[in-house]
Design a protein around this ligand. Sequence first.
Ligand code: HEM
Length: 518
Amino acid sequence: LYRRRTRRASLTNLPGPEPESFLLGNLRQFYQGQAGEADFKWQASFGHMLSIRGVLGENCLFVSDPKALQHIYHSGYVFRKHVIRKELTRLVAGKGIIWADTDDHKRQRRVILPAFGASETKALLPYFSEFAALLVSKWKEIIGVGSSATLDMPSWMSRTTLDVIGQAAFDYQFHALEDKDSLLRQAFVKVAGETFGRPSKKAIFIQNILQYAPTPLIVYLFGHASAFEQARETTRLAQQVSRDLIDTKSEAFMQGAGGRDVMSLLVKANLKEKNSQGLTDEEMLAAMQTIMGAGHETTATTLTWTLYELAKSPDLQAKLRHEVKDMEKAIGGADFSAANFESMPYLQAVMKEALRMHPVSYYGLREAARDDVIPLSKPIMLRDGSVVKEVPVAKGTTVYISIAGYNRNEDVFGKDVHRFKPERWLDEAVPRKGATAVGVYGNMMTFGSGVRSCGYFYRLLEYQTILVQLMKNFEFSVDASIVNKIRRDAALVMQPIIEGEYEKGPQLPLRVSLVSTD
Ligand code: HEM
């Protein structure tokens, strides 16, 4: 412990906030505040490369500098997943692609990612449209003619995207929109908040001090601690559904048959690989669990935040609806294609702005697998007054990646970064020419970067299909009293909650009315 702590001494000279205590350093501010809250404050005071304190005075890097991020994410596995983050992901997604590192990770990615390619995803568009249309008809039933209703967005969006992922990935009907709400969806809804949201000081200390323990002990403790019971229950339910699916479809799977669904493509890809290069049964189960979990709450939450921003800005909403209506006329009322979406600049700008402002996965946690030197976009002044253009890090250094913070870096995204302003993507030519290439989409970090980045094409097409259907049919508004109470809950993923109603889980009620037909 002493050796690990002193090896990180090079960071003490970096600018950064004073620790609140020796035991917790700055971690209470980071883990107990809203998502991005500490990041924005620290960046305003200390810039984009700083040092914060972890437990027992540990020096950690806190990064939102573009060049530093590019280096970290494009150095293969030099900045590997931090042991604590890795073992937490094992709890909710098994020993799958999100957990694996180096060669195991490469192998799993080679089998899984092709199933989410552009042409594979385009074949799934009819499913996206089908469930978007079902959502519209459900809301029309509730609203009735000429009136409006207050609807809770996280619940509706997550039921829609769960139905989509069921059909698109597994050729399986969850019937979540049909009110046959499953135990599995309820578990998915609860898992982030109950497992990771609002940790007590004691929980922050224990989770972080465990990095010094041997991995088998961490695995044992995470596997038995009562705080993680909801995560274990979600895993049990997801694995049960996955096993049932494998049983009922195994015949077709074994013959490499099946439909256009992601799982069939994945099984076919797996059969093609030589034995040692394919997925084991355990990894296949983990892949299903990952796709089920990562595959619906993320997109649902992004849609929720988008609708919230549009509800707060009726003029932006009207502009988007205008573009949607024009396109609808231009294609004679046919279903929108991927090419139609791509030729709608305001839709693209709204989508990018929502992804920039509200990255569901708002931070990453990595550790240096060896000593390294991280380059910076701009020189920084150290506490002793010297100026440096790079920062040496020792093996074992904990690195906080501020995704929320990088997405609001003015050098990359222009002025007013804390404002929802889709126009920046149109008029201000953001991201700036010559900006360091960091993220895979719009140069944002929302989908990560490098060897672990998210295959985003599927997410964007599903998102656009649902958003366009909703804009065509409904107008959204939000009560001022709600706006004041909405919080971006920091629960490993960023969820909307209402202040004072934390125990109810994610909520964001919007007033929904039918679009006038004039
Ligand atoms: C708006 C929606 C989404 C966002 C913002 C998002 C964000 C991310 C981010 C930031 C990462 C990188 C994590 C890291 O660096 O360790 C990631 C990885 C991943 N995402 Fe997504 N995601 C979204 C939707 C989805 C969907 C719909 C699926 C599946 C259907 C999915 C599957 C995955 C997988 C499998 C990985 C792991 C890749 C790897 O480790 O190689 N994501 N996602």
